[in-house]
Design a binder for this molecule. Structure first.
Ligand code: HEM
Length: 406
């Protein structure tokens, strides 16, 4: 029987939920593996909350990323009755929103830039950038860790990979924050237009003067036999820029937050800095930076566990809930460095498994380790109750993380 919370709990994805999703996830999981709820913009969506069904949903070809589903998902972001500008559709026509065979073609084109070898080659640069950022922080009393450390690192790395100039980093932050936070439709449309325009110019510039960067490599591929159309190229660059920093900033932030909130775990990591790798992996499970954004659309009816989802429905696979499912993880709400680090769904699963997973891990491990080594007295500068999570269904991260350095 399809479970529905439509009557009892019509707006599950509201601000209270964003601030503390885990209690509601636990209730949803206890009731059924998936439920139909009404999102804050009034659109009905199915939320998959149990681990086994989430994993199944992510690898089931009947759950797709088709055009209709993507448009519905964007409308959900924009709010009820809002106008969705055409270029927003164009920007979103990327890898993450396509199905095979287009998905396989697009992924193959960009995969070359993210092989473990290519990512490992970035290590010295990531270490150097981390060192420079930490040098700038030395002598400062209190900082917002997100704005002054966790954000500049990944945006610089992905911008250098793609060939975006440093002076545009803050613009990108503003634009993607508007898109990701689900601001009003006008803000979203104008941020989308600004990003679209910037990337179109970037591509034109790289066509004129190719460099040793990913956009130039994609242009070469676009013009070759593999065929990447101009709109595909632009939306691919957009996806890489957005996915390349919006998520990693929160992995770094959530990891530091988890460590500061668990002094015993922090002491373990201080005693053995190699445990930073486990802390990063446990953060991907415990405070998954992509908590609820994995959107699918049912191309035909699908049964998940004992729940029947009809065709034509929007489905959100909650990685954040699956990663706290007591059926899969012992004491799931505990931040525990000794649990096996495999099996979490923090980077998704199946054909859309995060392309940037090795890069995100590399950056977060170097960043957190460097921070703890440089500032042994690091502590939270506010009462934990004052911290606010971003009101986003796309990413799970704090608005600010005020930290005292010494
Ligand atoms: C896909 C998480 C960092 C690029 C995904 C998905 C997840 C995810 C859950 C799958 C979404 C779905 O199935 O609907 C994360 C997290 C990150 C991170 C938690 C950091 C902590 C990055 C970075 C990049 C990146 C650094 C690139 C530089 C992508 C791309 C896809 C993707 C291109 C789409 C893959 C496809 O559709 O085949 N990511 N990501 N991500 N991610 Fe990441």
């Amino acid at each position: 029987m399809p479970a529905t919370t439509e009557d009892a709990e019509p707006t599950v994805l509201d601000d209270a939920f964003m601030q503390d999703p885990y209690l509601r996830y636990a209730r949803l999981r206890a009731d059924a593996p998936a439920q139909r709820v009404i999102s804050r913009s009034g659109i009905p969506v199915w939320v998959v909350t149990r681990y086994a069904e989430a994993r199944q949903a992510l690898s089931d070809p009947r759950l797709q990323k088709n055009v209709e589903g993507t448009k519905k998902a964007i409308d959900n972001q924009l709010g009820e009755g809002a106008h969705r500008a055409e270029f927003i559709d164009d920007l979103n026509a990327h890898l993450l929103n396509t199905d095979p065979p287009d998905h396989s073609r697009l992924r193959k084109l960009v995969l070359k830039g993210f092989t473990p070898r290519r990512v490992e080659d970035l290590r010295p640069r990531v270490e150097q950038l981390t060192g420079e950022l930490l040098d700038e922080l030395a002598g400062r009393g209190e900082i917002d860790l997100l704005h002054e450390f966790a954000f500049p690192l990944p945006i610089t790395v992905i911008s250098e990979m793609l060939g975006v100039e440093q002076e545009r980093h803050e613009d990108f932050k503003r634009w993607t924050t508007a898109l990701v936070n689900g601001a009003d439709a006008e803000t979203i449309n104008s941020a989308g237009a600004a990003i679209g325009e910037y990337i179109t110019r970037l591509v034109a510039r790289k066509r004129e003067e190719p460099g040793d960067d990913l956009v130039s490599a994609l242009i070469a591929a676009a013009d070759g036999a593999d065929r990447l159309s101009e709109p595909e190229l632009i939306s691919m660059a957009f996806l890489l820029l957005a996915a390349g920093h919006e998520t990693t900033v929160n992995l770094i932030g959530n990891c530091v937050h988890d460590l500061l909130g668990n002094p015993e775990r922090l002491a373990e990591v201080r005693a053995d800095p190699n445990l930073v790798d486990d802390a990063v992996e446990e953060t991907l499970r415990h405070e998954s930076p992509v908590n609820l954004a994995t959107m699918r659309h049912t191309a035909e009816p699908v049964r998940l566990g004992d729940v029947d989802i009809p065709a034509g429905e929007l489905v959100l696979v909650s990685l954040g809930s699956a990663n706290r499912d007591e059926r899969r993880f012992d004491r799931p709400d505990e931040f525990d460095l000794s649990r096996p680090s495999t099996g979490h769904l923090g980077f998704g699963h199946g054909i859309h498994f995060c392309l940037g997973a090795s890069l995100a891990r590399l950056e977060a491990r170097i960043a957190v380790r460097g921070l703890l080594e440089r500032f042994p007295e690091l502590s939270l500068a506010v009462d934990p109750a004052e911290l606010r999570w971003r009101p986003s269904t796309l990413v799970h991260g704090l608005e600010e993380l005020p930290i005292r350095l010494s």
